[in-house]
Unconditional design. Sequence first.
Lengths: 440, 254, 481
Amino acid sequence: MIATENDAYQESFNQFQTEQSATAPAWLTELRQAAMTRFTELGIPTKRIEDWRFTNVKSLAAKPYQNVQSISLASGDAEELLQRAKLDDSFHRLVFVNGHYVSQWSTQHELPEGVVIENLASSIRENSGDLQERLSLETSDEAAAFIALNTAFVNDGALIDIPEGVVLDRPIHLIFLSVESGQTVCHPRNLIRLGKGSRAAVIESYLGREGEGYFTNAITQIELDKSADLDHHKLQHEQTDSLHVASTHIDQKDSSEFRSHYFSFGSLMARNEINCMLDGGEIVATLNGLYMPTGEQLMDCRTRIDHAKPNCNTYELYKGILDDHAKGVFNGKIFVHQDAQKTDAKQSNQALLLSDDAVVNTKPQLEIYADDVKCTHGATIGELDENALYYLRSRGVSKDLARKMLIFAFANDVVQGVEIPAVRQHLETILLSSHGLPDV
Amino acid sequence: MLEIKNLHARSEDTEILKGINLSVAAGEVHAIMGPNGSGKSTLAHVLAGREDYEITEGEVTYDGKDLLDMEIEERAAEGVFLAYQYPVEISGVSNKYFLKAAINSIRKHNEQPLISRGDFVAMLKEKLALLGMDKSMMDRSVNEGFSGGEKKRNEILQMAMLEPKLAILDETDSGLDIDALKIVSEGVNALRSPERAIVVVTHYQRLLDYIVPDKVHVLAGGKIVRSGDKSLALELEDKGYSFLNEGTEAVAAS
Amino acid sequence: MSSENALLEEYAQREYEHGFITDIEADSIPAGLSEDVVRLISQKKNEPEWLLEWRLKAYRHWLTLEEPNWHNVKFPPIDYQASVYYSAPKQKPKLNSLDEVDPVLLETYEKLGIPLEEQKVLANVAVDAVFDSVSIVTTFRETLEKHGVIFCPFSEAVQRFPELVQKYLGSVVPYSDNFYASLNSAVFSDGSFCYIPKGVRCPMELSTYFRINAQNTGQFERTLIIAEEGSYVSYLEGCTAPKRDENQLHAAVVELVAMDDAQIKYSTVQNWYPGDAEGKGGIYNFVTKRGACRGENSKISWTQVETGSAITWKYPSVILQGDNSVGEFYSVAVTANHQQADTGTKMIHIGKNTKSTIISKGISAGVGQNSYRGEVKIMKGATNARNFSQCDSLLIGDRCGAHTFPYIEVRNTTGKVEHEASTSKVGEDQIYYLRQRGLPTEDAVNMIVNGFCKEVYDVLPMEFAVEARKLLNVSLEGSVG
């Protein structure tokens, strides 16, 4: 077929299947094979596909990345990265290096009965539960190549199960490091399931070391049963020579609540998709994001919210600050199905350009098939609020400091939405180091 | 202290101020009254330096200097303070940081030593108490989520902290209930001093029961059409602004 | 509530009143499209060689293109070989006065409410009437020519002002622009040509009235308006077609050029036959409209009320090249029954201090699908460019859809773009409130719909605003006061 560019993936795949053949259950071998076939069919997305129109992923994704089969942890870089990634020792922590679980770096505090926090590879070995069904992701869409690719190489990641009624008091921190030398690729797959009325907080951190450029192709699947509540954070700190492609799929049932906080700082190219399916009534979903590309970075944030049932509320706020030659893409779709009466959906995207060489592309979309709904989206790109500038200056603050205050405030607004203190402080530190305010 | 001569200003294609003459001396409190749309707020913002207005004629001297020639922040540093009718919300910047930044910017401009953290905190505590405000408000974002009354109080707090020479209060009474009005007025009265001038812009007489003016001016159609002492405010209360339409155009003010 | 629903339903299924057929003998060529057909059209119009060459280039390019598929409208594949590409009512080759126009045609326009006899028409509107592929008559030509304004059928302009046509044809919408524009460039038959000389304020509104009559005929008109330095023109466009069970294709191209300080105001009331309540028949309206603000301080303003057509695919756009130039787009688009619309605009900011405003009002009823699609681009050199967009949708009934697809691209730090969109329905509480104040439900609905569209009606020339209100079957008369 389209051949050459996928040769490296195909070669890795053949090797991977051979190595896995001894341990993998038959259904998994088949699933991986089918996904690889689908990936080959789709090929790496081009700009001709509407969903990839502003993000030319081809040049980066077509590099001959190597799948890392076993990790050495030999270099000191790994430990150093781990230290940087850590947020709070009181958190449950699962650490993955180049796609493989590292038990000696992971911590599990005492857990309420029935709670499962483990790695996917060990669950696969035990072949427990309904893994086959859960790992089979829809790839019919023409833009789904990386989902297929992840499934072809699916092997490890976090597996979290919170049973009915359990409130987990400590956040779960998932750390994904890329440290092996060479052009490496990993395909983490995380499965998170919250039972009725349960409650948890999850943080995903992505970091890597400088080198020849690596590729992280991650998927997180989240299922929230009735009245479940999940606070989800993603801190994308990949090296600035890397490619990060990720999608998070959320399936929500009645009265559940989901909050997503996405912070994008790293990668040369970062594409993050969040797909929220509101499959029940009285659901609340909040998607907040902050992307701050500089240099030659490209950050593409894509969200889709499907209102499938009545009486659900969604709130979305994505903010971008772009400097140097950076490129920012926001593509947010709200889809209101015919049954989803009394939907209330609010979406807002705001971006600031700090350089004339930076580009921002914004595509907020509403597709509405129900009549009794309140849907609004707004996008503003441009200068700082002139009223606020005037107000600050009329109190004696210089124009330059007033601008700095407003840029800081613009980003801080999203940071302050984070409820977990350790995460918020971590983000404040980053914000202060790039757009910090002088002491006054 | 403030000398306005034949001031004309326009916004886009509309002339709003059509020859204002006004002189305010240190230690005085002036009230500027007038019907809606008469140009009261425009006058306040022209003095603060809002860039939406174009000055087509006239001059404004402040402490012997050309006020219109100064940048917005320069005016503030020189002691001009405007309490806004609609204070601006700035999410993500704390009141505390904002206030300290303002004080030190002004001090820097005036080549004064910067305020220490301790002095700042002490001063803030004192002024908060004066206005009956809770200190937790200082950790919140500037005006964000404040009620109408809280916003107005916050304006007066800023005024108390910045200690301006010329304070202009733009419709500070609007949206205040009687208790809040009293507290705000007390805050303003506490700032009255022989070195300071205060200009109160208001539609209603009621604020002037609490902040008693030395002089009252009536602004209509972009000009000051009458001036007098505080009894003029009572007359307006009695008769309303309708007398302005009865051809009493004549009396220009000083 | 059920009576309200019935009313809403009725509202959604309003009758098409311009659906009659004019029985007139036509000079038509056989259906189908080929180089020979292109040559034949050119030959019938006695065109110069360069124009035939241009048409052929367009045709050959069209063959390499595929129909676009990114739009949010669905229709069965169009057989481009089944359509007739030229049809003209048989009449004397050259008309010297209105008296020589076939009375049947005059009657047609009379019936449509567009009388062509000068004494009867509104004194301040000059009309060019286009019937199928040709222009029938243009009124008030002498008056206009006294002011140096050229307003004539496109085919006549090709003969009389070839250098102007050659200079500007395709200069805003090149023949290679898109599938439908290429098709139009190959086979366009007639349309209007306007030229406003330097410093002239056109003394009256110019108007073109398009009518499709013949069966299985596509209409491919081309309009070109040039406003020289410091000139002003307001141009109106109206369209209707008979009720026929087959879908008919309309693929027009409009090009506007505004030089320094020039202003063009272009208003459209599009009322092509929308098809019946079951979705049978109706016009496929695939139109490319674009204006270039070439000069400094120039302004182009598009206003459209789109009530007809089975499918509307149209994005009147402005390229803001000149510094301080202004682009505006005001739109009301109604989709009732099975109608589908994918419409919006593009504002491309190139010059400094350029400004654009987009106000789009989509109304969906029945099973209609209404999409706004717009693009705002602030290029690197466009310092201090400003855009404000507002896209509101109103839903009547629960089987229709309203969609918004804006694209925003900014490459300059001083650029400022604001986009707002909202979706609402005709609220029960609003109807209740108005009824409590004494309005019958129908009037209440009309009033709400009208209020929703007000920002757009306000910028329409008065006669058009009246027609637009009528088209929505909404009359405020007698219901207020």
